[in-house]
Design a protein around this ligand. Structure first.
Ligand code: MG
Length: 472
């Protein structure tokens, strides 16, 4: 049986299970209060949005009133990490709850998937959408996928009922070499990226001027069509990854130039989605999560985002590359507060499974941790350790406030890596900008971090490298 048949059978089995669960849910809804229904989950994932790019995270001139309101009414996390510092491995970590080294969705040199890539997310991985399907969820992926664009890797073969979006980065498929000046004043037709609905290309080049608006419209339509049953909406914005585009209503409106226009349009879309939930009367049964895949891409000067006072950006294991602005909102359920405990996008997987009754796979190591006690009961986060991978290699580790760097590399492209022996050591609570190395004063902390790393590496089985495979 070839792989697409296996996928189809898997899908049919899942669909059958979904029908049963839905029948059960309908029965239960007759006897239970609406608040006991399984929660809807909306996961909004930006591309290259920096830690410092929202008003509620300290940006002085980007206005994000809708996200700021969610942050005030919900939880705003200040030590929350993406699974990697670039798109593909970060998204693999998000949707599998596992460090991307385990699924093979990372490489030291080819950092992300490209239009020539033949690899993608292995079928053996259980995506969050696949896990939630077993609980009767309607699922949609709207936006950037970047986990493989060949048919078998697409969202519709990985647990999503519906897909609408650009399957990889919006700066790919360039029609010619563009100078930096041209990239800073982009024309959408210069990037011949496809826009897909399910497994069909419906527009090429995708008109990126309206892409953020269309993702919002698609999200709203999906919510309206699924208000009666639990749903999982994964809205992975193409923006603010360069080339930047905003629709007419937002162009030249922000104080922060085009980058600000783009972020303000995303914020407006969040507001419209929340409004839709309220109109449908389902906001009290919906968990909304907002975060980003990696830090700001500094190469693009003022069209790059900001990591605030964190050091460096995209592609780097300095904190600016991986720490993300992260908001959880669920009115009446989430205790409003600012949380300085550690969390990771991988934890969204395990938390969503726990909140919905879905099973976290027990035949493999899942790195995600259950944050629901922290979200619902103000308990501490269970996460104590975060490991920072650059491709397939560990560059740094954090435990509590302390972070040790074994290697560092600045920015995404063109910089040489540096080895540190002894490692650099920072206290990120005291020194969030990673300026003052305290390794000499704390050999015992370095030794403890070393033990944590040994624990992680002892059982590690790296997945087959998916990023080096090329279409013949
Ligand atoms: Mg990215």
């Amino acid at each position: 049986m070839n792989r697409s048949n296996i996928s189809r059978r898997k899908f049919l089995n899942t669909a059958g299970g979904a029908t049963l669960s839905l029948a059960a849910a309908n029965f239960l809804s007759c006897s239970r209060d609406k608040s006991e229904q399984k929660p809807n989950i909306i996961l909004i994932f930006c591309d290259d949005l920096g830690y410092g790019d929202l008003g509620s995270y300290g940006h002085p001139t980007i206005r994000t009133p809708n996200l700021d309101r969610l942050a005030a009414e919900g939880q705003r996390w200040t030590n929350f990490y993406a699974a990697a510092s670039v798109c593909t491995p970060s998204r693999a970590g998000l949707l599998t709850g596992r460090y991307p080294i385990r699924s093979g969705m990372c490489d030291d040199n080819i950092r992300v998937l490209f239009p020539w890539s033949a690899g993608g997310i292995p079928e053996s991985e259980v995506t969050l959408a696949e896990a939630l399907k077993t609980e009767g969820y309607a699922t949609a992926c709207i936006g950037k996928w970047h986990l493989g664009h060949l048919p078998r890797y697409l969202p519709t073969n990985n647990g999503f009922d519906y897909y609408f979006g650009i399957p990889y980065s919006n700066d790919m498929d360039k029609v010619r070499n563009l100078s930096m000046a041209e990239q800073m004043d982009p024309k959408t037709e210069e990037f011949n990226v496809p826009l897909m609905r399910n497994e069909e290309i419906i527009e090429r080049p995708a008109d990126q001027n309206t892409i953020t608006e269309r993702y919002t419209e698609e999200s709203i339509a999906f919510i309206k069509n699924n208000g009666e049953k639990p749903f999982f909406l994964y809205l992975a914005h193409t923006m603010p990854h360069i080339p930047l585009f905003a629709s007419e209503d937002f162009k030249d409106k922000s104080l922060r130039g085009l980058y600000g226009d783009v972020v303000e349009e995303i914020d407006d879309g969040v507001g419209r989605i929340v409004e839709t939930l309220k109109e449908a009367g389902i906001e009290k049964n919906t968990l909304v999560i907002f975060t980003s895949d990696n830090g700001p891409w500094w190469t693009y000067m003022e069209q790059s985002g900001s990591a605030g006072l964190l050091r460096d950006g995209k592609g780097s294991t300095w904190d600016g590359g991986m720490r993300e602005p992260t908001i959880f909102w669920w009115p009446g359920r989430i205790r409003p507060r600012v949380v300085a405990d550690l969390g990771s996008t991988m934890d969204i997987y395990t938390t969503a499974c726990r909140l919905t009754g879905a099973t976290v796979p027990d035949d493999r190591i899942v790195d995600g941790m259950d944050l629901s006690p922290a979200l619902l009961e103000s308990a501490s986060s269970p996460r104590q350790v975060m490991i920072y991978y650059n491709g397939r290699r560990v560059f740094a580790i954090r435990k509590g406030p302390y972070k040790a760097h074994y290697f560092t590399k600045t920015e995404y492209i063109g910089q040489k890596e540096q080895k540190h022996d002894p490692p650099l050591l920072y206290n990120l609570n005291h020194d969030p900008s990673e300026k003052y190395d305290i390794a000499a004063q704390h050999p015992e902390i370095l030794a403890d971090l070393e033990r944590e790393l040994d624990k992680h590496q002892k059982d590690l089985v790296p997945g087959e490298n998916q990023l080096i495979k090329r279409i013949e």
